[in-house]
Design a protein around this ligand. Sequence first.
Ligand SMILES: Nc1ncnc2c1ncn2[C@@H]1O[C@H](COP(=O)(O)OP(=O)(O)OP(=O)(O)O)[C@@H](O)[C@H]1O
Length: 231
Amino acid sequence: MGDAMRGAKLSLEGISKSYSAGGVELDVLKDVYFSMVGGERIAVTGASGIGKSTLLHIVGALDRPDAGRLICDGVDVFAADDKHLAGFRNRTIGFVFQFHHLLPEFTALENVMLPRFIRGEKGEGVRKDAEAILDRVGLSRRLHHRAGELSGGEQQRVAIARAVVGRPAILLADEPTGNLDGKNSSQIHELLDELNCETGMTVVVVTHNMELAGYMDRQVTLEGGQVVERT
Ligand SMILES: Nc1ncnc2c1ncn2[C@@H]1O[C@H](COP(=O)(O)OP(=O)(O)OP(=O)(O)O)[C@@H](O)[C@H]1O
């Protein structure tokens, strides 16, 4: 996988986020303070609907908070204009969604090359990197399968390959095993662990699986709009 990635130092300082829907105001995140150092593996747990995805979307700059700052290696992320924000998302963050969001008509290889094309990179290097990372996640024999033809576990591995092909400092995974059986679920967690070890990238995983959460360096729970440290 070439040169090592490195986790970034990231802090949330007084982050708040509310939604209003149907005349009801919902305060999902309330003045959240939370820091992570580079290379940590963090599990985020909490009841359904408590705000885990909301938190992850803000950490990944997919959504803006109503108040508070996100500081990444000393830079105030949301103070930047949309162009720089897109740059942060594209270069610093890798995002794995619960339902992978692959393009079903495109091959595994094309899906993994896509983020690099979006960055404006092209050429043989992009293909080689995509092939290498697909090999790394055990899919060297599925490069030219359409994403829609792969099994659930294979699709999620392609999604992880796509998230890390740009060598992000931070990998955010929102219930990446939510739709997988126990064996596939363990394999995905092992893969995330190995990538963390090999590259030094920070890994933040939202999971309902307390046993898998127990293997992470830190476990935090979202409760009453706050991040509570468990370990
Ligand atoms: N765009 C939105 N507009 C209005 N309400 C929203 C919006 N997005 C989320 N919510 C509400 O905010 C709360 C937190 O949602 P979120 O998806 O962050 O929870 P979660 O902890 O990830 O849930 P789950 O474990 O079920 O995936 C929920 O009650 C949800 O209904």
